[in-house]
Ligand binder design. Structure first.
Ligand SMILES: [Zn+2]
Ligand SMILES: [Zn+2]
Length: 285
């Protein structure tokens, strides 16, 4: 194995950013393949950003780049035994469902991740803007709004899986004195979980909280447990890496989160159909 130090990854990574997002310069599909091979990772879903509107629309893949992006993945597949999946991380904006759907429908995808980086027009994943959403609201009030939007994203039918369900934790410490805990997630979250189950949409466990300094994966344990108890079957694991070095980083922690709350599988996607993989088969070594 090329890398030193403890192995923090598992065999599959379903949230990987490559160079078509401006936040992942130089991270080519080709380089990811070589790193995956050296780390024993056997399946990678590329999920570059696609942001149809808002201040960051130029940040991700542009509609006229999608074919080239997908061809790049298909060409790389010829060079490796690592299974490569054609995915995308799409920002959800209420009211833009038809426009987003029309663009996505023009292409063949394996996996579509939906994300709520923007809530009511505010980028809750931004240091500057997160307090604009949370200040003046109790966590449960703010999160009732958030999970209302989350439910709309689920019911839009656009997405296979919702990414990092409580990514807002990255910057809530700028607003609240203590970290937001599961008991403050409000009541709408339960409706959101029911809609995941009834629509067959999954949620993703995302390792990037470790890079963001919150010392945890997304989502918080209480959410993962409530999802399991609500019967949400579809779940994926991803590093959300933006550099090849971070491929798979801390995905083992995501697996452990799922195991702890009762899951015995996670899912992979091909042609937008899910397949369950036993968690025990995802561990390396
Ligand atoms: Zn994201
Ligand atoms: Zn991402």
């Amino acid at each position: 194995m090329a890398s030193t130090g403890p192995v923090t990854w598992i065999r599959k990574d379903f949230h990987v950013h490559e160079r078509h997002s401006q936040d992942a310069p130089g991270a080519t599909v080709e380089k990811y393949c070589r790193i995956a091979e050296s780390r024993g990772i056997d399946e990678v879903a590329f999920t570059t950003h696609f942001i149809i509107t808002g201040p960051d629309w130029e940040f991700g893949l542009q509609p006229d780049q999608i074919s080239g992006y997908l061809e790049e993945i298909e060409a790389a597949q010829e060079t490796t035994d690592v299974v490569l999946r054609r995915g995308v991380e799409v920002d959800y904006f209420p009211g833009e469902e038809r426009r987003i759907g029309a663009i996505l429908d023009e292409h063949q995808w394996d996996f579509i991740l939906g994300s709520l980086h923007f809530v009511k027009g505010v980028d809750i994943g931004s240091r500057v803007n997160s307090p604009r959403f949370f200040k003046g609201r109790k966590p449960s009030e703010a999160l009732d709004i958030y999970f209302g939007e989350f439910q709309k994203a689920v019911e839009s039918g656009l997405f296979d899986v919702i990414a990092h369900p409580d990514y807002f934790r990255k910057y809530t410490p700028l607003t609240y004195e203590s970290p937001v805990i599961w008991e403050q997630y409000g009541t709408k979250v339960y409706e959101a979980l029911d809609s995941l189950r009834s629509h067959g949409v999954g949620f993703s466990v995302n390792a990037s909280g470790w890079r963001h300094g919150i010392g945890d994966v997304y989502p918080i344990e209480g959410f993962a447990r409530a999802a399991f108890e609500a019967g949400v079957d579809a779940v994926t694991i991803g590093s959300d890496c933006h550099t090849v070095f971070d491929l798979g980083a801390n995905t083992l922690k995501c697996l452990e989160r799922l195991e702890k709350v009762g899951y015995t599988h996670s899912c992979t996607y091909e042609n937008r159909r899910s397949r369950r993989v036993p968690l025990k088969d995802l561990r390396l070594g």
